[in-house]
Design a protein around this ligand. Sequence first.
Ligand code: AMP
Length: 410
Amino acid sequence: MENFKNLGISEPVLRSIKDEKFENPSEIQEKSIPLIVAGKDVIAGSATGSGKTLAFASGILKTCEKGKGIQALILTPTRELAEQVAQAISKFSKYRPLEVIAVYGGVGINPQIRGLQTADIVVGTPGRILDHVERGTIRFGRVKTLVLDEADRMLDMGFKDDVERIIRKCPTERQTLLFSATISKEVVQLSKSYMNKPLQVSVDSYVDPKKLVQTFYDIGDELKFSLLVHLLKNETSNLVMVFCNTKRNTDKVTKNLRQSGIDALAIHGGLTQNKRNDVLSSFHSGRIGVLVCTDVAARGLDIPGVSHVYNYDIPRESKGYIHRIGRTARAGAEGKAINILSRSDYDNFTRVLKENDVEISEEILPAFQKIAIKMPERGSNKPFIRREQISSKRRLRQDRSTPQRRARRN
Ligand code: AMP
């Protein structure tokens, strides 16, 4: 505990850290906490999984007092992240309880209005926070600490104007902390406009590269799903995340995985918030082992125990790759990122390799069973899986076929 204490963390928070069984501060905690508890404005380059929540919580929990109005406001890009951060802060404040509330859209507003009347700390998404501003149900006059969590993502998601409107509502006399996986031009711009002589700290990488193995398979489009099923059934894994680029593909892959006997659930922006929360809690608790998701839904989530990340589609944005693989090999655990490429992913994959400092090695295709995927007819209960054995030799032959021939086959 000495090493946490030396950073300047207050006694009640140290006790909760002990309960969490954290042994040593993470790199971002070591670098940022002394500055944060000293009241400085800080820009921290780090993604989730780095321990950033404790970093800003240790500052907030040092200055917040119960029943004195909203003293800390944390903005997050997604609802799930708001929920997760609020839960983490509640945990860290268990020996000096404060009222922490998560405020986001997609759920009823009235319980939030009631909660805001007594809240000490608010964690929320920009849209719903502004909704409360317009209704006059949230007041920022007592805010001492403002945190912009995953600032790059908030800007990418088009929240720039909303975030700025909220910042301008906060007292100018305040501490501002900005956490961001990438320090883009826009992030720097934001910090210049709204931060007071910020100090910058960063950690070298989001995940421990020594603990993360990254591989790819190059395969025809028609065999992608079969390979995914084979790997899911044969790789020794804990929790698994499968990333797709669209909601449609996420649903299609999930449905077909379930038909193949794999316990999978989908999460994407098209689901109601309650459904998203249910899916996440099933995954968190290990009731289902495979979460098929889009980037938005999975962004920033801290789910311990994710051993494998599959890219069923390669992300269009090369930084998205880094965010995805950051879901595994967290907090010192080992992880594997497996990319299943077909022709339509080549451009995206080339960008990932060119724009990121990553090492991804090619894997030899195993022998696996071919599974034909097809969407079920409406109202039909007929199973729609057809299997045939496919040998690795035959697959390699198919792989050498011309794109034209492949197109005809499809
Ligand atoms: P965060 O980046 O805040 O989402 O944290 C990622 C995960 O690391 C969470 O599950 C934290 O509980 C955990 N964590 C945070 N700090 C430490 C630490 N010093 N040692 C071990 N685990 C930690």
